[in-house]
Design a protein around this ligand. Structure first.
Ligand code: ATP
Ligand code: MG
Length: 360
């Protein structure tokens, strides 16, 4: 950049703050002059901490990156692509980096590969879930009506039976019909009830669930709270969010306790964060609330990982497979989404809720 430029660097590049793509502006020596907000989010670092550092220092394989960078500077190539890991505060992530030569500056775009795949997967899952739920709900309605008839007929039959031994059979019919009735009601219910909105602090919910979990799993699992106390109040249906959070935390606890090999130091972290300018389904929100439940259990079984949100899909012998499908539906009613990633030893379910109605 010419030294006579009076425009401050920040002013020159600040429109990039509007983008979701991570942008880094460097000089030909490879020093960072500016980064946009998306880059700060990705690296979980402040803008100031980047300025003056070398771009290569952001990458795990600094040498290979430097080679790609030199190509663009020396050969005056218009753009060069590079894929590699970036070093974040607590973890690493793979990105596709595209570098462009613009006058005396090199402009880098970073596209985190996982994030891209995750957001595509979330959209696909949410659409699939809607189709499944409608199919199941229609089926449930069809099943519900005859159930009443079967139960009534079994009761009448029971009165007519002289041999009380045979009443065992009618009792089985009635008990099984009742079980089916409950299942059918749970499948139909979520769509029927609207949202009861109120304004509250999200940590009220977290604390309530934390107390319930501690009472149920005391001595077996350690629950760790990691809250961002500065999160503003949210407008939502409190009872429904408690239900969502309990479902997710319950799953984490059941996964830990049901693991084939005992988990050392079983732990569940309840984390709250705000994500800025976040793409949720197909809209960008200024602020999105992220409620994470992180467990160190065995992970979601591989054979159901693509279907966990579908109704009646369970990996547990005594599970009904309705918890996550219901939770996802309740969060969708709030305009949000539940997403997750899982590997043995670390599973994170994230409830993402937009903090405002308006979006860009
Ligand atoms: N944190 C987790 N770790 C490992 N597996 C999980 C986790 N959360 C969910 N699962 C898997 O996803 C399945 C579906 O969960 P879901 O809550 O929908 O049903 P469920 O827990 O089996 O039954 P229900 O909640 O209706 O009693 C679970 O059975 C379990 O196999
Ligand atoms: Mg469950």
């Amino acid at each position: 950049m010419s030294s006579t430029t009076l425009t401050p660097v920040a002013q020159q590049w600040q429109t990039f703050d509007l983008l979701l793509t991570c942008i880094i502006v460097a000089n030909e020596a490879g020093q960072i002059e500016w980064v946009n907000s998306a880059t700060q989010n990705l690296f979980e670092r402040s803008r100031r901490s980047f300025i003056g550092a070398t771009v290569a220092s952001l990458f795990e394989d600094k040498e290979s990156f430097q080679k790609a960078f030199d190509t663009i500077v020396k050969r005056r190539s218009v753009s060069v692509a590079f894929s590699g890991g970036i070093a974040k505060f607590e973890s690493t992530e793979t990105v596709n980096a595209v570098m462009h030569l613009s006058h005396d500056n090199i402009i880098l775009e970073l596209h985190p590969i996982e994030q891209q795949a995750l957001s595509e997967r979330s959209i696909r899952l949410a659409r699939e879930l809607e189709i499944y739920q409608e199919t199941f709900r229609n089926l449930a309605h069809e099943v519900k009506n005859p159930l009443g008839g079967i139960r009534g007929a079994a009761q009448l039959l029971e009165l007519e039976l002289e041999n009380t031994d045979h009443q065992e059979y009618t009792k089985v019919i009635i008990a099984e019909v009742d079980r089916l009735q409950q299942l059918v009601d749970r499948l139909i219910k979520p769509a029927q009830s609207g949202l009861q909105l109120s304004v509250f602090n999200i940590h009220e919910i977290c604390e309530r669930v934390f107390t319930l979990l501690n009472a149920e799993y005391q001595g077996k699992i350690t629950f760790v709270r990691d809250y961002d106390a500065s999160i503003p109040d949210i407008k939502a249906d409190k009872a429904k969010l408690v239900q969502v959070y309990l479902n997710i935390c319950g799953n984490a606890a059941q996964a830990i306790l049901g693991a084939k090999e005992a988990i050392e130091q079983p732990k569940i972290i309840l984390r709250t964060r705000i994500l800025h300018r976040y793409l949720l389904l197909d809209k960008i929100y200024r602020m999105v609330l992220c409620l994470s439940v992180i467990d160190n259990g065995p992970g979601v079984p591989a054979n159901i990982v693509d279907r966990v949100f579908h109704p009646l899909v369970t990996g547990r012998a005594n599970g009904t497979g309705l918890g996550l499908s219901l939770a996802q539906e309740l969060v969708r009613q709030h305009g949000g989404l539940i997403e997750f990633d899982t590997v043995p030893g670390r599973t994170e379910f994230r409830v993402l809720l937009p903090m405002e109605d308006s979006h860009e």
